[in-house]
Design a protein. Sequence first.
Length: 60
Amino acid sequence: MEIFGTAAPFVWLAIVAFGIILAIAWIILPFALFGTKPLLRELIVEVRRTNALLEQRRVP
């Protein structure tokens, strides 16, 4: 059952390499998400502060 002909070893190597890269990314992803949480909280605080300042400057 030779699907890829003579390129079969290279195709399997590419599939294995992609699988390893995907596994590494899958392991690292949760740490990246948890690392952004404090930054997002800080951004929310700054947006609220900016909105309050804009509300004060609004002309009735």
